[in-house]
Design a protein. Sequence first.
Length: 143
Amino acid sequence: MLSNTSKYAIRALIYLELYSSPEKKEGIKRIAGELGIPSPFLGKILQVLVKHQLLDSAKGPHGGFYLKKPAVDITIMEVIDMMEGEGFFDSCVIRTTPCDANHPCSLHHKLGPLKGKIKTLFSTETIADLAAEFREGKERIRI
């Protein structure tokens, strides 16, 4: 459902919430290695997150990335909108052109309520919520 770009961005933010701070920055190689994400691809994602001021970075031997914005203030939907563009959940899952109530695709009326629930969930769940689930070790959650 989500692109790897969005998934990697969400996972990187959770990782940084768990393991970094302004005093303890995490390097891209370590993040990529821990999460199994190709380093060049992760670098591009992290730069987008820096541009949108979710992260900050520092260069040098003790450099790396850390959350600039509190994890409790970063919703999953905010990250998806940054990575996919706003309106991602409004696009048709079958057609390459938009569909709506006046011009529906064959799944429009069945998926509409589900997409609405997913949007609501992603708009209320934060990086802090997901990190808390990981910290508590619920059902062997992995980042």
